[in-house]
Design a binder for this molecule. Structure first.
Ligand SMILES: [Fe+2]
Ligand SMILES: [Fe+2]
Length: 275
């Protein structure tokens, strides 16, 4: 058995604080063989840049996925080219900087555990982005087919998909479409954790949304007054992270590293006492 810890969208400095506060205890409690986090909001709530990325690496996160907001910080463009373990969704059109898939050995990253010494299987991580209520990029379903085939051809059987999407229907459809072909389909982007984690009949762990590592006092991590104001007057606003208590949200997936079949999925939540 091997285990992945997946952390939902890291929202700016408060998100990084949530990880600094709670991740050491979670690593000790769950002993994951690989830690993945969605970093699309890690720099100031919008995009990613070298400093927060290095900070997150230092906390023991091995692979970073992202999504639509990764482009909000210009520093992300060269970073996506330079950092092999920082992904952007694979279904952006050809020519876009970065890559949407990476293969990493379980247990070789920063979150080394006792079990990691025994577990040297490979895992493929695929990042995809939905198209419902989002920009019309290439088809995530067909992109998944292509990437899974390439990974399988190179002998990789353990595959985790971060499906960064708005609509639960599109996410569930992806889960069903990939059931039996990947180890896990984990949703991100809404910043609100769902309670539907389960292993589908074909052996794929599924969760519509992992939730957010970030402040609990705003609206999906953003200052409440800005978001409420936008609904009232429809004017543009700066999406600054909210202040106050923070929470860490994510999930743990157990699987058979020889077959890639998921055995269990459970959500992980840690928050400040008044969060
Ligand atoms: Fe996000
Ligand atoms: Fe997003």
């Amino acid at each position: 058995m091997a285990r992945i810890l997946f952390l939902g969208d890291v929202m700016g400095r408060p998100g990084r604080l949530a990880l600094k506060t709670h991740l050491p205890e979670i690593l000790a409690a769950f002993s994951p063989d690989l830690v993945i986090a969605n970093a699309e909001n890690a720099a100031g709530g919008a995009g990613i840049s070298p400093k927060p990325l290095n900070e997150l690496k230092g906390l023991g996160i091995d692979v970073f996925t992202s999504g639509n907001h990764v482009w909000d910080n210009r520093e992300a463009y060269p970073l996506l080219e330079a950092e092999p373990f920082l992904l952007r969704p694979a279904n952006y059109p050809p020519g876009v900087p970065g890559r949407g898939v990476v293969v990493r050995s379980l247990g070789e990253g920063g979150a080394k555990t006792e079990r990691s010494e025994l577990c040297h299987g490979q895992i493929g991580v695929i990042n995809l982005q939905g198209r419902v209520f989002m920009r019309e990029i290439d088809c995530p379903f067909r992109a998944a087919d292509m990437e899974i085939e390439t990974l399988n051809d190179s002998g990789v059987k353990v595959i985790l998909v971060d499906f960064h999407a708005e609509a639960t229907s599109e996410k569930e459809a992806m889960g069903r479409y990939l059931d039996g072909r990947v180890t896990a389909v984990i949703g991100t982007h809404t910043h609100v954790q769902t309670a539907d984690g389960r292993v589908l009949p074909g052996g794929t762990a599924y969760l519509s949304d992992a939730g957010m590592c970030g402040p609990t006092g705003g609206v999906i991590g953003v200052k409440a007054e800005s978001v409420v104001g936008r609904f009232l007057n429809a004017l543009p606003f700066r999406a600054e992270p909210a202040e106050g208590p923070v929470a860490l949200r994510g999930c743990v997936v157990d699987f058979d590293e020889k077959t890639g079949r998921a055995l269990a999925i459970e959500t992980v939540n840690r928050e400040d006492d008044d969060g």
